[in-house]
Design a protein around this ligand. Structure first.
Ligand code: 7TS
Length: 408
């Protein structure tokens, strides 16, 4: 933090200097997608300008250069999340595809009729619907652990619902709609004691604090590149070696096969290749490698401190606004502030903020069961990143004060 130069760091992100509706952009929709530093943009640009070739298939120079760059990206990602080996990293399109891959695989190789899949009420739809599909395919049942009114997992309810029938536990590391951080290590330990396999959805944790899958001991971990300053279209599925071996193939085609024969049938390669059919998003993986390099160089200690400072600055000021209610207003959370205001629909809050150049998200945040729990149609959500400033937080507060006066 001693060497934290926020203006220098912001100058790495070209888009942060732009204007919206005649006002300087105040980008507070980082939970939806983060902005990208020049280091990532240049890595992608360099790939297409200087290194473009298809991987693994060619004997020629560019194919080799592209293959090396793709492999290096896998190594970087493995280090970034503490995976024992790069071979535990499968490149996917995003967290959504990662969860689908695991859910469909477990439906075939692990789940059977009568088994239970334990989720929580604060999951993103991407960590609900694939499990509903897996339940339909296997005859298993989705069970939901409750949350507390403050937006944390209700561990008592979770423990009560965890039992010998529980074969899968899948839950979010940090909630996209509330920001609350779940006690992942503890939940994973309990799930393992019950004999369940565990997937941790790290979409909102990976951008904000150091994740170590080896310490967490989850069986699967997913996150999306575009939320950690990387490109869209690339994401990560980490799996323990034994689970990646056990999971059946997901998509099939080129590059994931050992041998294809009309007479003898087809054999598959080992993980991770067996899950990466066809030409992958080579540029995306390289961009993601540059993004995790960028986050590592910035340093998670400094990122956490900067984000904590922003949260400490903005949360008390929001609480002072008449009629404003923050959901998930607890200490252990990432810088996501989800709120409603009396007498005004969240979408209208979002639209008015936009006229002031302030980008927030409004709606159910793909967490309809969570919104139902609170009895609301949605919230307005300001989600911060380390590159946001206290001046931007003040701009948000000023606009919300104005809105609150108009609608009072
Ligand atoms: N899980 C969580 C916790 C998420 O926040 C998201 C995306 C996903 C899964 C799915 O990620 P994807 O990259 O595959 O789409 N969350 C959000 C959001 O909060 N606003 O827009 C996308």
């Amino acid at each position: 933090m001693a060497n934290w130069d926020l203006q220098a760091l912001r100058s790495d992100f070209p888009i942060l200097g732009s204007s919206v509706n005649g006002r300087p952009l105040v980008y507070l929709d980082n939970a939806a997608t983060s902005q990208k530093p020049s280091q990532v943009l240049e890595a992608v640009d360099r790939y297409y300008r200087e290194q473009n070739g298809n991987i693994h298939r060619g004997v020629h120079y560019l194919s080799q250069v592209a293959t090396d760059a793709y492999d290096r990206a896998r190594e970087k990602v493995a280090r970034f999340i503490g995976a024992p080996s790069p071979r535990d990293i499968v490149f996917v399109r995003g967290a959504t595809e990662g969860i689908n891959l695991v859910a469909h695989g477990l439906a075939k190789c692990w789940l059977k009729a009568g088994d239970e899949i334990l989720l929580t009420r604060m999951e993103h739809h991407a960590n609900i619907v694939p499990w509903q599909q897996a339940a339909e395919q296997s005859g298993a049942r989705v069970v939901v652990a409750d949350i507390t009114p403050s937006g944390e997992i209700d561990l008592e309810d979770f423990t009560r619902k965890l039992g010998p029938l529980t074969k899968v536990v899948s839950f979010v590391h940090a909630s996209n709609a509330l920001g609350t951080i779940n006690p992942a290590r503890e939940v994973i330990r309990l799930a393992h004691e019950a004999g369940a396999v565990v997937l941790l959805d790290g979409c909102q944790s990976a951008p904000h604090f150091r994740v170590d899958v080896s310490v967490l001991d989850c069986d699967f971990f997913v996150f999306s590149g575009h939320k950690v300053c990387g490109p869209t279209g690339i994401g990560v599925l980490y799996g323990k070696k034994e689970w990646l071996e056990r999971l059946p193939v997901y998509q099939t085609g080129g590059d994931m096969i050992g041998r294809v024969s009309f007479e003898q049938g087809t054999t598959f390669r080992e993980a991770p290749e067996k899950f990466e059919a066809g030409t992958p998003d080579i540029a995306g993986a390289i961009g993601l490698g540059a993004a995790v390099d960028y986050l590592d160089a910035t340093g998670f200690d400094a990122i956490e401190q900067a984000e904590q400072k922003l949260r400490d600055h903005v949360a008390p000021r929001l609480r002072e606004i008449p009629g404003l209610k923050i959901y998930g207003d607890v200490e252990a959370k990432v810088p996501v502030l989800s709120f409603t205001m009396d007498g005004i629909h969240p979408h209208d809050i979002g639209t008015i903020l936009d006229t002031d150049g302030i980008a927030v998200r409004a709606g159910h945040h793909c967490a309809q069961p969570l919104m139902k729990f609170y009895g609301i149609p949605g919230t307005a959500r300001a989600s911060f990143a380390f590159y946001n400033t206290t001046e931007e937080a003040d701009a948000l507060v000023a606009s919300l004060r104005k809105i609150s006066k108009i609608f009072a």
